[in-house]
Design a protein around this ligand. Structure first.
Ligand SMILES: C[S@@+](CC[C@H](N)C(=O)[O-])C[C@H]1O[C@@H](n2cnc3c(N)ncnc32)[C@H](O)[C@@H]1O
Length: 281
């Protein structure tokens, strides 16, 4: 499927983008720690990291579950999994795979599953969440963070203005095709997938980028080739120029200060109902 359709493509990643993500992905790592903190991972837990990227957060999670635990990271992008595998250990492994098809895992295989900045890339969120519910143990925990369409990142809003300034205003929607989800829809999707105890909050995360080039490199790497994907080279150059100018309004002493907004959500697979014998006691 081509990016001209405005649909997210998993076929545009390159070894260079994957390497750039590994270098700059520490930004996602920081908010990833906010995500797995409330999951209260314990020694011996079995954990699935979906959309693990180059594996930095999964490696951190493996430290939390210790030698008796197990962390598996999956991601559809082979170049990212190749880098993640450099982190592999006796208790940490990585495989290529997508959230929508977890058929390689048994029912109830995991104590916790998390998705750090991943759900807004997934088209069939209902299918992915049903699969996650299936592979969780009864009582198992889910944590995720996702872009909320009601509160786009500051950089995204500026990019749309830049597209306009470059004379391509009718194509503003193609800036960066993420599929965010708001609170009500997320609650509904999780409930339909069989989760309970949903809670979520929208958080603001401040980032300081050295300059416009480093922000653009980061945006390209984290969007694995989908950033301005439908534009020609000439159009892209015009947008980048306008974007660089607009970013000057965000300059502080250390660089460019931008806010990103992510909805953090947590839920649980309900515990198994007590059997007939237990109920009659
Ligand atoms: C912004 S990166 C986040 C990577 C990682 N979670 C981290 O914290 O650094 C988004 C990741 O979602 C992955 N992704 C996209 N579509 C996916 C899908 N359908 N199932 C699982 N992962 C997916 C991408 O391949 C990419 O590595």
């Amino acid at each position: 499927m081509s990016q001209l359709d405005g649909v997210i493509s998993l076929a545009q990643d390159t070894p260079e983008l994957a390497q750039a993500y590994e270098q700059a992905g520490v930004l996602q790592f920081h908010h990833g720690k906010f995500l797995i903190g409330p999951l209260a991972l314990q020694a011996g837990d079995h954990v699935l990291d979906i959309g693990a990227g180059t594996g930095r957060l999964a490696e951190f999670a493996a430290g939390l579950v210790g030698p008796s635990g197990r962390v598996i990271g999956i991601d559809p992008l082979e170049y990212r999994i190749a880098i993640a595998r450099l982190r592999q250990s006796a208790t940490l492994s990585f495989e290529t795979g997508r959230a929508e098809d977890l058929s390689r895992f048994d029912d109830g295989a995991f104590d916790a599953v998390y998705l750090n900045s991943v759900l807004h890339w997934i088209e069939d969120k209902g299918q992915a969440l049903k699969e996650i519910q299936r592979v969780l143990k009864p009582g198992g925990r889910l944590g995720l963070n996702v872009q909320d369409p009601a509160k786009p990142h500051e950089s995204r809003a500026l990019l749309r203005t830049a597209i306009q300034e470059a004379g391509l205003g009718d194509r503003r929607a193609e800036s960066h095709p993420v599929l965010g989800v708001g609170d009500d829809d997320l609650r509904r999707l999780l409930t339909e997938a069989g989760f309970a105890e949903y809670r979520s909050d929208l958080r603001s995360l401040v980032e300081v980028h050295r300059d416009a080039d480093s922000l653009l490199r980061w945006s390209e790497a984290s969007a694995f080739g989908n950033f301005l994907g439908g534009f020609s080279e000439t159009e892209r150059a015009a947008v980048r120029l306008a974007f660089t100018g607009l970013l000057e309004t965000k300059r502080v002493a250390d660089g460019l200060r931008l806010e990103r907004y992510l909805r953090f959500a947590f839920a649980r697979k309900p515990n198994a109902r007590p059997g007939r014998a237990a109920r009659s006691n």
